[in-house]
Ligand binder design. Structure first.
Ligand SMILES: N[C@@H](CCC[C@H](N)C(=O)O)C(=O)O
Length: 292
C-alpha cells in the first residue's frame, strides 16, 4: 500500500498554505495534486501549496544554481495548481517550518525561490525577507502619473493603475477617496487592460495616513485572499512612487483583511516584508484519495 502524504498547514496574516515535505525529492507535485490539496471542500484547504524540497533536486536549472547558498527550495503553487514565481507570505511560513523541523537552525538563512535566493531572518514580528528587486511600469508605456493600466472591478468605472514587478506580476490601484474599499466586488477577477501576458495579482489600496495603507487583493490563480506579501510590497512601492518619495528606509504599514504587514524600502530597489508566520496543524492524506 502507498504511503500517506504528510502535510503541515500554516498561514501568514491568514494567507494560508499547505506545506508538503519532499525531503528526498521523490514525491514531486503535479498541478492536479496541488489543486486537490488546496481545495477547501474536497482537500485540505489553502490559498497555495508549498513543496519543501532540497534545492539541488529542483526541476528548474535556475533554481538548482542557488544550491550553494540555499539548502531548501520553496516550490510554490497557487490554489488552482499553477506555478507562481514568488510568494511573500509563503517565504515566512516556509522559514518557520524549516526552523520548527530543524532543517535550518540559524536566526537568518537563505532559501531558494523561482525569483532567486532570498535571505529570511527572524524578527520581532515573526520573519522578515527582502523580496526585491522591484520594478515599476515601463516609463515608455506609462502616463504622466506612472499609470500603465486600467482595472475594472465588478461593474463599476475603471480605475487607473500601475504595474509593479516583484518577480511575480502586480497591478496596483490607488482608490479615489469617494470609493469604499470594503464595498468593492472582488468575487470575480478584476479585468485589467492591457491584459498582462502572464496574468496579474490586483491590489486595491486606500491611504490611511502617513506610511499607512489598507489593501485588498485578488490573487492570480486563487481569487480574493486575506493577504498577499508581494502585493503589500507592490502597494508600498506604488504608493511611495505616487507620493514622489521612494526613499530608502521608509517604512509602510499595510493593513489587510487578515492582519498587518510591515514593508521597508531598502537600497537598490530592495523591499523587505515582515510579519507573522503561524503553523497551525499537521496531518496526513491517505494515498487512495490523492490524485496522481
Ligand atoms: N500570496 C502570495 C502570492 C502568491 C502568488 C500569486 N498568486 C501569483 O500568482 O503571483 C504572497 O504572499 O506574495
Amino acid at each position: 500500500m502507498a504511503d500517506p502524504l504528510t502535510f503541515t498547514k500554516g498561514h501568514g496574516t491568514e494567507n494560508d498554505f499547505v506545506l508538503v515535505p519532499d525531503l528526498d525529492g521523490a514525491l514531486g507535485l503535479s498541478a492536479g495534486r496541488a489543486a486537490f490539496l488546496a481545495d477547501r471542500r474536497a482537500g485540505v484547504g489553502g490559498d497555495g501549496v508549498i513543496r519543501v524540497v532540497p534545492t539541488e533536486l529542483a526541476d528548474e536549472p535556475a533554481v538548482r544554481e542557488q544550491a550553494d547558498r540555499a539548502r531548501w527550495f520553496m516550490d510554490y503553487r497557487n490554489a488552482d495548481g499553477s506555478v507562481a514565481e514568488m510568494c511573500g507570505n509563503g517565504t515566512r511560513v516556509f522559514a518557520a517550518y524549516l526552523r520548527r523541523e530543524g532543517l535550518e537552525t540559524g536566526d537568518a538563512f537563505t532559501i531558494a525561490t523561482r525569483t532567486g535566493a532570498r535571505v529570511v531572518r527572524a524578527d520581532a514580528d515573526g520573519w522578515a525577507v527582502d523580496l526585491g528587486p522591484w520594478r515599476l511600469a515601463d516609463p515608455q508605456t506609462a502616463d504622466r502619473d506612472g499609470a500603465d493600466a486600467l482595472v475594472h472591478v465588478g461593474d463599476g468605472d475603471p480605475f487607473s493603475a500601475i504595474s509593479v514587478d516583484l518577480g511575480n506580476p502586480h497591478t496596483v490601484v490607488a482608490l479615489p477617496e469617494d470609493v469604499d474599499l470594503g464595498a468593492l466586488d472582488l468575487g470575480r477577477a478584476p479585468l485589467v487592460r492591457p491584459a498582462p501576458p502572464n496574468g496579474t495579482n490586483v491590489e486595491l489600496v486606500r491611504p490611511i495616513g502617513p506610511g499607512h495603507v489598507a489593501m485588498r487583493v485578488h490573487e492570480r490563480g486563487v481569487g480574493e485572499t486575506r493577504s498577499c506579501g508581494t502585493g503589500a510590497c507592490a502597494a508600498a512601492v506604488a504608493t511611495s512612487f505616487w507620493a514622489g518619495s521612494l526613499d530608502t528606509g521608509s517604512t509602510w504599514l499595510v493593513d489587510v483583511p487578515g492582519g498587518r504587514l510591515t514593508v521597508r524600502l531598502l537600497a537598490d530597489h530592495g523591499v523587505e516584508l515582515a510579519g507573522p508566520a503561524v503553523l497551525v496543524a499537521d496531518g496526513t492524506v491517505p494515498a487512495e484519495v490523492l490524485p496522481a
